[in-house]
Design a protein around this ligand. Structure first.
Ligand code: NAI
Length: 254
């Protein structure tokens, strides 16, 4: 936190990055030399987010800060994006990673469980994209990476709300990529299969075995597998890739 801001150093914001895939992405962008803003949804997860920010600064010598914001709120999302921009003097990378599940069969799904998942996964992505778009258009450069899911591409029983939100993320990605390409801003979606995090912790050993048997690589993915892909899409080298949905699932058949 004491590191002086160097405007030539790129700035990145990763939503929902106090743990799991977001955490791995924050670490890997910092490793590539970027200042990184860590975000969590509540005061409860703030200590973990602050610990990560301190680890990032100490390990990679870049600036890092932790901010609480619920991305489902347009106001909080805008403040989050603007705060990261102000802290780093620029905003080059936005990774919309924050996401939740509230699984259930459609016949039994509560309206509030449908709405909660759409609000965080889809509207949260829209809110942050909208706020970052203004900054990146003016800057005439940027990278946006949105976290979709193989479930958003293929659907999955018991996840109609989640699948709808992640399919919607693909729709935002493709539309926004057309709007921003002339300004040198790329927008892509990453669609992971089963990755070992808190989100997939609830799986029983039997479910885990059944899933692994459908994955060509024979294992669930690690957060770092996804982070490596995001790091590439966020790099200068990926400037001619936009509007794409890249599955990272070890060769899985749903
Ligand atoms: P996780 O549950 O470990 O982490 C999710 C993160 O999002 C947490 O840090 C949480 O605090 C944050 N978050 C939740 N609601 C938020 C809100 N309203 N505002 C700000 N932050 C919020 O989950 P995981 O596995 O790391 O997932 C990360 C992303 O990857 C999610 O979008 C998820 O849908 C997606 N994904 C995960 C897969 C997996 O197998 N784990 C597969 C495909 C996609």
């Amino acid at each position: 936190m004491t590191e002086q801001v160097k405007p030539e150093r790129k700035g990145a914001l990763v939503t929902g990055s106090s743990r799991g895939i977001g955490r791995a992405i924050a670490l890997s962008l910092a490793e590539s030399g970027m200042n990184v803003c860590v975000n969590c949804s509540s005061e409860r997860s703030l200590p973990a987010a602050q610990e990560l920010a301190a680890q990032i600064s100490a390990t990679y010598g870049v600036k890092s800060l932790a901010l609480v914001a619920n991305v489902a709120s347009a106001e909080e999302a805008q403040t989050l994006v603007e705060s990261a921009h102000v802290a780093f003097g620029r905003l080059d990378v936005l990774v919309n990673n924050a996401g939740i599940t509230r699984d259930g069969l459609v016949a039994r799904m509560k309206e509030e469980d449908f709405d909660a998942v759409i609000d965080v996964n889809l509207k949260g992505t829209f809110n942050c994209c909208k706020a970052a778009t203004k900054i990146m258009m003016k800057q005439r450069s940027g990278r946006i990476v949105n976290m979709s899911s193989v479930v958003g591409v293929s659907g999955n029983a018991g996840q109609a709300n989640y699948a709808a939100s992640k399919a919607g993320v693909i729709g935002i990605t493709k539309s926004l990529s057309c709007e921003l390409a002339p300004r040198n801003v790329t927008v892509n979606a990453v669609a992971p299969g089963f990755i070992e995090t808190d989100m997939t912790d609830a799986l029983s050993d039997k479910q885990r075995e059944a899933i692994s048997s459908r994955i060509a690589c024979g294992r669930l993915g690690q957060p770092e597998d996804v982070a490596n892909l995001v790091k590439f899409l966020a790099s200068d080298e990926a400037g001619y890739i936009t509007g794409q949905v890249i599955c990272i699932d070890g060769g899985m058949a749903l």
